[in-house]
Design a protein around this ligand. Structure first.
Ligand code: ASP
Length: 333
């Protein structure tokens, strides 16, 4: 942990590093094959000239490719966040993350955050050694947004990518390799933008943070098992049957299933039959959509709940929190 050039007049921003492509390195500037999570968060900040002289503190919470995100890293992140957000000298937190599961972490934090300060996630689509590296700009923007939001008294979880501020509950990866439109809000509009020169253009008010629930994440506790199954041509439900059998054999039974449904929440009839059997065994079933935008909105007469505009991966997090009894309620935010 290091403190850089603390200015007592500005609120301290703590930057938590978790790895990702933003901290990735390759053999050269054109190298598309690189290894994520190689540079420390301190090294990332040192590579951004515009951040010199700001009140920043760093902590390396994890050093992973976010495709490998798991409950233990989320717990470590939750613990660190709780600790730093409770400090009076801390105005805001920035989290450097991989792009692959950023939408899950952002949604989880949005649901659990009960401290009224800004938390800004950022990432990069190119490694730090790439000639197209987008990490330094994203990190500069994220710190500026964090400071600005803290000064305005705004709170909540947002993600800053390619000059756009997205609400944490809605942000999702929307392109596998583009830099400028790699993320969107699944229909939700940006909360604001940051110009190339770093000016913040405000748009929408920030969403209210969740109502808390850290206490539901017991240290070392085993999370409820929630799996995602996709409805597609030829779906026969055998995957669901296998999950039930395997869960019983392993002694870690599936508590919930999120269906990445076709269209507006429709499910292949064969998969439906398997899900009905799962439901009879006490397994909770939620419907999200495999379609990129629009989600599945609740309608009268729904048999299985609709996950609103959440992606299947976010709906999985939401169902886990529901099974944990997190008192935040609702699936659509
Ligand atoms: N696999 C990387 C990660 O999510 C991808 C990225 O950061 O863009 O950590």
């Amino acid at each position: 942990m290091k403190v850089r050039d603390m200015d007592v007049n500005s609120p301290l921003v703590v930057v938590l590093g978790t790895g990702g492509t933003i901290a990735g390195t390759g053999a050269g500037p054109d190298d598309v094959s690189y290894r994520a999570a190689q540079l420390s968060v301190e090294q990332l900040l040192q590579a951004v000239p515009g951040l010199a002289g700001l009140a920043l503190e760093t902590r390396q919470v994890a050093q992973i490719d976010s495709k490998d995100m798991d409950w233990s890293v989320w717990q470590a992140l939750a613990d660190q966040l709780q600790e730093v957000l409770a400090r009076n000298d801390v105005g805001a937190v920035v989290i450097t993350h991989g792009t692959d599961t950023l939408e899950e972490t952002a949604y989880l934090l949005h649901r659990l955050l009960d401290v009224h300060k800004p938390v800004v996630l950022t990432a990069a689509m190119r490694a730090a050694t790439s000639a197209q590296a987008d990490g330094p700009r994203n990190l500069r923007d994220a710190v500026r947004v964090a400071e600005h939001a803290a000064a305005q008294g705004w709170a909540g979880v947002v993600a800053v990518m390619a000059g756009v501020i997205w609400p944490g509950h809605a942000v999702r990866k929307s392109h596998t390799w583009h830099i400028d439109d790699a993320f969107d809000g699944g229909g939700d509009v940006p909360l604001g933008r940051i110009t190339d020169s770093g000016t913040i253009l405000e748009g929408m008010p920030w969403p209210s943070p969740g109502r808390g629930g850290w206490s539901c994440l017991e240290p070392g506790g085993v999370p409820p098992r929630v799996e995602i199954v996709t409805s597609h041509a030829g779906a026969d439900g055998r995957l669901v049957e296998a999950l039930l059998t395997q869960g019983q054999q392993l002694g870690h039974a599936v508590g919930g299933l999120v269906v990445a449904s076709t269209g507006h929440g429709t499910i292949h009839q064969a998969l439906t039959r398997a899900l009905e059997k799962a439901e009879l065994q006490g397994i909770r079933v939620w419907r999200s959509s495999r379609v990129a935008r629009g989600g599945v909105l609740s309608r009268e007469g729904d048999h299985w709940p609709a996950a609103g505009t959440l992606t299947a991966a976010q709906a999985r997090v939401a169902l886990m929190l529901d099974l944990l009894g997190v008192p935040c309620g609702g699936m659509k935010d």
